[in-house]
Design a protein around this ligand. Structure first.
Ligand SMILES: [Zn+2]
Ligand SMILES: [Zn+2]
Length: 397
């Protein structure tokens, strides 16, 4: 396909999102005003599906067996390019992570990318993914094979900078409990087994371990039960800990070493340990740089100075990491606040319904749809994305 064709289709994509601006803004503000927690996003799913079916997408509900997941499809055949939507909110704070904007950007991008699919052939998908904050809905969807048919998965998150990639660590949650024996703390301490001592010992061991782990790895947690009264030897203690690392193999190694800290404290105190690692393990983000480069060029065309990478970016974890292990993925950020505003705050929630927030989402929608056009319109681009992905997921990588 000629460059001229691609340039024309990109202009048409921009124009379509400009035409849709009113409906997309209304959708975004409606989601923002009706925050729903993970796995309860029924209204969000209803409104998104309604918008997409109005634009001739066919809708599948309960995707991957999750009640608030869905898949909207337009067109047919290969390649299949997917935009991912998140729409869950946070307790008390509402849309303080701006997932209303993620959903809006994905919806706008999907509707506009239809133009490229129609011209060049192929399928546009919007996959609605619930509960990003709560328990990583995408992890279960990956396990069910939902993303397997995609040539690329694209998502854009609001933040305080324009960046085409994200740094995200592998992460697992560990819940522990110690069972000791209560007794009078002054009269009969010899008859007690101190469950608080056990968890404090383990906590101290973790502090020692932390000095000798790989850079980028993190171990942090809280004690949620440390006893009932100062004059009773604590018979029960509990805590929740998060273990994170830059790779999955090292995460597994750390899980064993962390567990040793808890087991040795049980042996030292005589308290019995019960533990449970969460089944959902967050994978690290595997950024596809070929996709990120296309996105940067398209954001630049829209007047955003987008960084390819930000070495100073703060690390967290996201279930998009799991998607990026099975399909070439883009997880970009666009600025809706200044650098001093953190996500998960009331200030960020306000930015997520501001004019700047909406404009950011619409620009991200344009850049994602233009990136999809780059893939639909050029088999060379598609091949580059695919080759990089295959190299990055080889076991030796
Ligand atoms: Zn968040
Ligand atoms: Zn988020």
């Amino acid at each position: 396909m000629s460059d001229n064709n691609l340039a024309n289709i990109k202009s048409a994509v921009i124009k379509m999102i400009d035409t849709e601006k009113g409906s997309l803004e209304e959708l975004s503000l409606k989601l923002h005003a009706n925050p729903e927690l993970g796995y309860q996003e029924y209204k969000a799913v209803e409104w998104l599906c309604e918008y997409l079916s109005r634009h001739n997408f066919s809708i599948e509900r309960n995707t991957g067996g999750l009640k608030t997941a869905f898949k909207a499809t337009f067109g047919q055949g290969k390649p299949v390019i997917g935009f991912l939507a998140e729409y869950d909110a946070l307790p008390q704070l509402g849309h303080a992570c701006g997932h209303n904007l993620i959903a809006t950007a994905a919806a706008g991008a999907a509707v506009a990318a239809r133009l490229a699919a129609k011209l060049y052939g192929g399928t546009v998908c919007l996959i609605g993914t619930p509960a990003e904050e709560l328990s990583g809905g995408k992890i279960q969807m990956v396990e069910k094979g939902v993303f397997k048919e995609l040539e690329a998965a694209l998502i854009a998150h609001p933040g305080n900078d324009d960046i085409a990639t994200t740094q995200a660590l592998a992460c697992v949650t560990l819940n522990v409990e110690y069972f000791g024996k209560e007794s009078h703390a002054a009269a009969h301490p010899d008859k007690g087994i101190n469950a608080l001592d056990a968890i404090v010992l383990a906590y101290t061991s973790l502090n020692s371990l932390r000095q000798h782990i790989e850079p980028g790895a993190r171990i942090h947690g809280i004690i949620t039960d440390g006893g009932k009264a100062a004059n009773i030897v604590p018979g029960h203690s509990a805590g929740t800990f998060l273990i994170r690392s830059q790779t999955l193999p090292y995460l597994r190694e750390l899980m064993d070493r962390v567990l040793d800290c808890f087991k040795s404290a049980a042996q030292a105190t005589g308290a019995r340990l019960e533990y449970r690692f969460d089944k959902s393990i967050y994978a690290p983000m595997n950024n596809n740089m070929a996709l990120a480069n296309l996105y940067v060029k398209n954001m630049d065309m829209l007047g955003h100075r987008t960084l390819l990478e930000d070495p100073e970016m703060n690390f967290g974890s996201t279930d998009m990491g799991n998607v990026s292990q099975v399909v070439p993925s883009l997880h970009g950020y666009y600025a809706i606040t200044g650098k001093d505003v953190s996500g998960h705050t009331p200030e960020f929630a306000s930015a997520a319904c501001s004019a700047k927030g909406i404009k950011g989402a619409l620009d991200a929608a344009k850049a994602m749809a233009m990136t999809a056009a780059d893939l639909f319109g050029s088999s060379a681009n598609l091949e580059k994305v695919k080759t990089e992905f295959q190299k990055s997921t080889r076991p030796s990588a």
